[in-house]
Design a protein around this ligand. Structure first.
Ligand code: HAM
Length: 417
């Protein structure tokens, strides 16, 4: 136990971190271009926020949350997703009084007690965006175009966009009646959780992962065929806007999403290449959520991408993330005097903003050079008493093997070029 990470968690080792930094850089660039600003929020919130926000008939709230009482007897939950926290922050910090829309993004860890498998973990990473205050389908299309551009920028082309509309409380009222009518004969065969959902939130039954429930709901009426005029117009507007931007999509009547806050537009980007957990990104509109959490009536929309799944897709497509050179120069040394000089040179190079290393392990020159190669040093020099006396060293380019004799005094200036 002591030397094993908890099930469903993973170390991101220093040998892998450059991939995450690469993705984070791409995210920051994308968000800057689309006018989204970063927000950083607590890892835990009051449990009630997720019960109210995500919905207490969802799998997430019913089965998957990491909830505990803190020492002050408050019920606290590790965030299972990012949206509820951002909504809480929007309300708490009075963002409704700022010019709308408010466009925010986040890179977070999230926590769900799920059955662990490829692409499904208990601690995972999400890049998400949330936009508040805009109700027209123009922003739905903008957000989807942002994702389309993101995947394109990363070279991902084997991914499909599926969209749907799950309407608003008005169309859902009538639809729920039709759905419960359809499910009534099979009520006894639904799982225990779905039986309780039947009265409280029948739409949730369509998202159940149990095989039997899936079989029962297979031919159920779809919400998209029962939309009110406003929701129908919104969906038509989205399709028109996506066509205008040249973005390809499929309409998938079965998308209901695993969280209760959605209204109107819902969408997913799915990859067929990474196994059962192929949904890399999910999102949609949530026009009632801010009000439900105690804020002013405000429309909202957003998405989240799972970074672990994103990396799996990139790997499955053979997309290589370039490993950056980690070290500009390694200064090898022979003897105590040269060792001191090397340490001082490294110190001065670092002051000038260069990355530099010298021997810290009392290795032989041969072993020092081997190490320099391993850490990916671009250049090396070897310092001994002779070099210090003559003030001349060979600067070796480790990629080409080329060596140039230079004056030791000019090393820093040369490295800065
Ligand atoms: P979600 O569909 O629950 O939506 O999660 C979004 C993405 O997070 C998934 O598509 C998947 O890539 C990743 N993900 C979810 N659970 C796991 C897991 N156990 N292991 C690995 N990756 C996982 C949301 O979280 C919403 N907050 C998205 C949103 C933002 N909607 C509006 N705004």
């Amino acid at each position: 136990m002591l030397t094993k990470a908890p099930k469903g968690t993973k170390d991101i080792l220093s040998s892998e971190v450059y991939k995450w930094q690469f993705i984070e850089k791409k995210i920051a660039e994308l968000c800057r271009n689309f006018g989204y600003k970063e927000i950083r929020l607590p890892v835990f919130e009051h449990t009630e926020l997720f019960q109210r926000g995500v919905g207490d008939t969802t799998d997430i709230v019913q089965k998957e949350m990491y909830t505990f009482l803190d020492k002050g007897e408050r019920s606290i939950t590790l965030r299972p997703e990012g949206t509820a926290g951002v909504v809480r922050s929007y309300i708490e910090n009075g963002m409704a009084s700022l010019p709308q829309p408010i466009k925010l993004y986040y890179n977070i860890t999230a926590y769900r007690y799920e059955n662990v498998q490829k692409g499904r973990y208990r601690e995972f990473h999400q890049f998400g965006v949330e936009a508040f205050g805009a109700k027209s389908s123009t922003i739905d299309a903008e957000i989807i175009s942002m994702l389309d551009m993101f995947f394109n920028n990363l070279g991902i082309n084997q991914i499909e966009l599926n969209i749907n509309s799950i309407g608003c409380p008005i169309c859902r009222g009538e639809y729920n009646e039709r759905l419960t009518e359809y499910l009534k004969p099979s009520l006894d065969n639904l799982c225990g959780t779905c039986k309780s959902r039947y009265e409280r939130n029948p739409l949730r039954i369509l998202d159940c992962k149990e095989d039997n429930c899936k079989r029962i709901t297979k031919g159920a009426p779809a919400l998209i065929d029962n939309l009110c005029d406003e929701c129908s117009e919104h969906f038509e507007g989205l399709k028109e806007a996506l066509d205008n931007l040249g973005i390809k999509y499929n309409i998938d009547k079965n998308i209901v999403r695993g969280l209760d806050y959605y209204t109107k537009t819902v969408f997913e980007f799915v990859s067929q290449n990474i196994g059962a957990q192929g949904t890399v990104c999910g999102g949609g509109r949530y026009d009632g959520l801010i009000e439900a959490c105690g804020g002013p009536s405000t429309p909202g929309i957003g998405f989240a991408i799972g970074i672990e799944r994103l990396l799996l897709v990139m790997e499955s497509q053979g997309i290589d993330i370039p490993e950056p050179h980690s070290m500009d120069i390694f200064i090898a040394s022979i003897g105590k005097k040269a060792g001191f000089r090397a340490q001082k040179l490294v110190y001065d190079l670092r002051k000038e903003g260069l990355s530099a290393e010298s021997d810290l392990m009392e290795r032989s020159v041969k072993a020092q050079m081997k190490y320099a190669d391993k850490i990916g040093a671009k250049y090396t020099i070897v310092l001994g008493d002779d070099e210090i006396e003559s003030n001349k060293v060979f600067l070796k380019n480790m990629q080409t093997g080329e060596q140039k004799e230079i004056s030791l005094d000019t090393l820093i200036d040369r490295m800065k070029m």
